[in-house]
Design a protein around this ligand. Structure first.
Ligand SMILES: [Zn+2]
Length: 331
């Protein structure tokens, strides 16, 4: 069924649905033209009972590897083989997607663009961004999940490997993170306004999954993320692990840490990383070199601590304060 002919819903009511695959358009909020922002929703209602798993992507509009991951998982899921329900929301912020930007863009000239992942669960009487998320939270997400996974990427201009934020105080969140088989996991208690944090506060274990870099398609990382999501569903008892599509074996021992240290540009100019993602570095190792407008070497950057290279810039143009290299390590 094409997107434009899928049923338009104001609220997701899982209990009414029979077993099978159900595509919907969730009608979020009208924009200034009176046309509505519509979000794709795919429900896979299993033939057998089991938990409800909510997988969101595109909260940040330019983090397209997360969207690709959710869409590919949707192409591979078979409700006949499923115990429980998987809900996919592969594109939660169409405003940002169209603008090739992480933010939501209100039509109100009095409002700046908004990072959705700092204002969950929104506000009924707020500005358009807050109202949008209030509709998403109360009518689409809340009450419809026992577990949640939110797909992102690193911010545009930089890259992560396959990397998971998990609150280690929540055993089911940590178990999902390890079942996914990522390159790295950070123990992170969350912060206010982040979707993962809101789910966890509601008693729904949630992890945030970073699928590579922003705005660029990374098919191999997407493939690994999809394989990891299949492993999470098997871990939750929703699919038969033996039926999980082959390929993309999990990383046997992911790098785990509870703190990151970011080396940031001190000057303006082109900067080139001198390390690779996943590389272990010692304190004092060279990690990046920055060049001035003539191309002359202007600054060398060294690791302030020992750690594991979690993120790098792939957009070379860096101004003071911009990320060059992020290291994952222990406190
Ligand atoms: Zn993001």
């Amino acid at each position: 069924m094409p997107f434009h002919s899928a049923p338009l819903i104001q609220r997701l009511m899982l209990d009414d649905l029979p077993a099978g695959r159900h595509p919907f358009r969730f009608d979020v909020l009208p924009n200034g033209l009176g046309q509505s922002w519509q979000v794709p929703v795919l429900v896979y209602r299993g033939a057998r009972p089991g938990p409800r798993v909510m997988i969101t992507a595109g909260v940040h509009g330019d983090e397209l590897n997360g969207v690709l991951t959710a869409q590919q998982l949707g192409r591979e899921l078979d409700p006949e083989q499923l115990a429980g329900t998987v809900i996919l929301v592969p594109g939660l912020n169409p405003s940002g997607m169209l603008a090739r930007h992480r933010d939501f863009f209100p039509g109100d000239p009095d409002c700046s663009s908004v990072n959705f992942n700092r204002i969950f669960p929104g506000r009924a009487e707020g500005n358009s961004a807050e109202r949008y998320l209030h509709r998403v939270w109360t009518q689409l997400l809340e009450g419809n999940a026992d577990y949640a996974l939110d797909l992102h990427t690193q911010t545009r201009g930089a890259r992560y490997p396959l990397f998971v934020f998990a609150d280690y105080r929540i055993p089911q969140a940590l178990a999902m993170a390890r079942a996914l088989g990522p390159d790295a996991i950070q123990d992170d208690p969350g912060e206010p306004g982040v979707l993962e944090t809101v789910w966890n506060q509601q008693g729904v274990p949630c992890i945030t999954i970073e699928v590579g870099g922003g705005s660029v398609a990374e098919p191999h990382t997407v493939q690994r993320a999809v394989a990891g999501l299949h492993r999470v569903l098997a871990h939750l008892g929703m699919t038969d692990a033996r039926a999980t599509p082959k390929g993309c074996e999990p990383v046997s021992v992911p790098m785990e840490g509870d703190v990151t240290t970011t080396v940031r540009a001190e000057l303006g100019g082109m900067a080139l990383p001198q390390v690779a993602l996943g590389q272990p570095v010692k304190e004092g190792d060279l990690v990046a070199i920055q060049y001035d407008a003539f191309g002359a070497e202007a600054r060398r950057y060294y690791a302030p601590v020992a750690g594991w290279v979690l993120s790098l810039n792939d957009d070379p143009l860096r101004e003071p304060g911009t990320l060059l290299v992020r290291l994952l390590h222990h406190k």
